[in-house]
Design a binder for this molecule. Structure first.
Ligand code: ATP
Ligand code: MG
Length: 575
């Protein structure tokens, strides 16, 4: 394509709302524009990148034995009512009514629609297993759409759903998809890590996310420095240690109350009493979805993992109770709550077990207890792993490893669902004996548009984007530095034609612009290889070939340019 005929509206200014580099660069380089919060136009260059990613995704899905289909974006409420998610999904599900006042929604994911399709079209065990996928626009009315394509409200997803007669066969397909995902992200040139994950609104009991490692990632991940263990921090287990053996001859200091006027938070009281945060027992009061208040205890230097708390309590949601509710239920001002004599149900993290010489609120304004001995002074109704894992924690899987922490962008997730949807929606098959059985299911998503942003987060420099070759909008940019000069223009046009004939994806900068402007735009837009055609080189019979990634240039004889370039591309694609 010709630059002069392509809509690449580059900008000098960074958009004011753009916080992360991919958002800034994709807008500045003329790839995307926001039309409403979390809703973007994809300009021609962005669409090219998306199509490249989609092609790789389709190739690997087909190779793994899946079949492509296309489901509608809108779906009737009835299907969601059957699965129970019409209510469960909350405000993220964009709902609307048709002219007959019937309820509909825009699909945020398609378990309901595909389960319905399969129950209507698959009868016998002979028709299973089957894996069906689509590439489609999804809509989720996210609370905080942000970071450009990373968290949009409308975004492109590849979603696949597999159906099986047995758990084993479903697990086999889960592994098959896991391997396909590894190939997809590798081929797209991303540095990523599969991690154990929670199943969220999709449900099921086993799940992995594929996380692109990047500082700007919204997800916290931990991984072991010795073994393969890696998990989203939401899911990461913390190995509990039994409390140290107690020396009975040891005289323990008595429980005491101390005045801590106006000091409420752990850092404030720690500073006031000159004690480390790890000596504190932090008491957090949560409200469950049934309206109960529960006190959860963690060590002062730890944080509660709300997902673990929720799972332990068997409820769908926990939210920190507001001050008024806490005071109304306990008679204590927040900041001074503690487990000793508290009139609420108390659950505690494993690390609180056996704490001694600890500090916590005394359930009295401006007062804390010191020298607490947990085993002597209070007994929670349960101990469980309730905290967030942190760097330095021992690995929950191996003997000697320690956890390291990273940030990640979730670009894909695989789920083993079991019969969660098939039982609710009556998706069954007849087994060899003619008995009706619920179908086993798995589902597998990839955020195609989020991958565009993730790729830019990992591949950029001060001057702009550096596309991995496999997903670049063009492989080569041909840049005659003065398009008005016949000699340069002719050489550029010829190389452009020759490269096209050789099957290379090439953009010709045929604009009548200053060389400086063209170079700046070239770096910003990020095409991996650039051929610069200048008068001096041309007189000597050379083009200059430059790699966008490392800035290295080499002189290539005019007659060999096509060969050198095609070889480089072949090498990079293989490598
Ligand atoms: P997140 O935790 O980031 O909200 P999710 O776990 O809810 O995502 P899934 O239901 O697993 O998302 O969807 C499959 C994939 O779709 C995700 O791995 C992600 O790459 C992509 N995706 C999800 N939500 C968005 C969004 N708001 N914008 C862009 N891509 C998204
Ligand atoms: Mg997910």
């Amino acid at each position: 394509m010709r630059w002069s005929k392509t809509l690449i509206p580059t900008l000098k200014e960074v958009p004011a709302d753009a916080e992360v580099i991919s958002h800034k660069l994709l807008v500045r380089a003329g790839y995307i524009r926001q039309i409403s919060r979390g809703i973007y136009d994809y300009f021609p260059l962005a669409l090219k990148v998306i199509r490249k990613i989609e092609t790789i995704v389709r190739q690997e899905m087909d190779r793994a034995g899946a079949q492509e289909l296309l489901l509608p974006i809108s779906s009737p409420a009835e299907l969601w009512q059957e699965s129970g998610r019409w209510e469960y999904y909350g405000k993220e599900l964009l709902r609307f009514k048709d002219r007959h006042e019937r309820d509909f929604c825009l699909g945020p994911t398609h378990e309901e629609l595909i389960t319905d399709l399969v129950r209507r079209s698959v009868r016998s065990y002979r028709e299973l297993p089957i894996n069906l996928y689509q590439v489609q626009t999804k809509f989720r009315d996210e609370v905080r759409p942000r970071f450009g394509l990373m968290r949009g409200r409308e975004f492109i997803m590849k979603d696949a759903y597999s159906f099986h007669t047995t758990v084993e066969d479903c697990r086999r397909e889960y592994d098959n998809m896991y391997q396909a995902y590894k190939r997809i992200f590798t081929r797209c040139g991303l540095s990523f890590r599969p991690v154990e994950a929670d199943t969220g609104a999709i449900g099921g009991s086993l799940s992995h996310e594929f996380q692109v490692l990047a500082e700007s990632g919204e997800d916290a991940i931990v991984s072991c420095d010795q073994c393969e263990y890696a998990a989203n921090v939401e899911k990461a287990e913390v190995k509990g240690k039994p409390p140290a053996a107690r020396d009975i001859s040891e005289e323990l200091p008595k429980l005491e109350k101390v005045a801590t006027p106006g000091k409420k938070t752990v850092p404030e009281v720690a500073e006031f009493l000159k004690l480390g945060a790890n000596k504190f027992i932090k008491t957090l009061v949560y409200k469950t979805d049934s309206g109960d208040l529960i006190a959860a205890l963690v060590r002062g230097d730890h944080e509660i993992n709300e997902l673990k708390l929720r799972t332990m309590l068997g409820c769908r949601e926990v939210t920190l109770a507001d001050e008024a509710a806490v005071t109304a239920a306990t008679g204590v001002v927040t900041g001074y709550i503690g487990p000793i004599g508290l009139s609420l149900r108390v659950v505690a993290d494993l690390s609180v077990h056996g704490m001694r010489g600890a500090v916590t609120g005394a359930n009295e304004a401006n007062t804390h207890y010191v020298d607490i001995d947990q085993e002597r002074d209070f007994t929670p109704s349960a101990f469980a792993d309730l905290r967030l894992a942190v760097a330095g924690d021992p690995c929950p899987r191996c003997e000697s490893g320690k956890l390291q922490s990273h940030r990640g962008i979730e670009v894909g997730q695989v789920f083993y669902l079991g019969t969660k949807y098939s039982e609710k929606m009556g998706a069954t098959y007849l087994d060899a004996e003619g008995r009706e059985q619920p179908i086993e299911m798995g589902c597998y998503g990839i955020g195609i548009s989020r991958m565009v942003a993730a790729a830019v987060e990992q591949n950029n420099d001060a001057n702009g984007i550096i596309w991995p070759l496999a997903i670049a909008p063009f492989q080569v940019l041909v840049l005659p530095i003065n398009y008005k000069e016949d000699k340069l223009r002719d050489a550029g046009e010829k190389l452009y034609r020759d490269l096209q004939r050789a099957g290379v994806e090439v953009l010709l900068d045929d604009r009548d612009e200053r060389a400086g402007v063209k170079f700046k735009d070239a770096d910003l837009v990020g095409i991996p290889l650039r051929v610069t055609i200048g008068a001096k080189g041309l007189d000597k019979g050379f083009f200059e070939l430059r790699s966008r990634r490392d800035g290295k240039t080499e002189e290539v004889p005019v007659g060999e340019a096509v060969k050198v370039i095609t070889e480089k591309i072949a090498q990079a694609v293989q490598g």
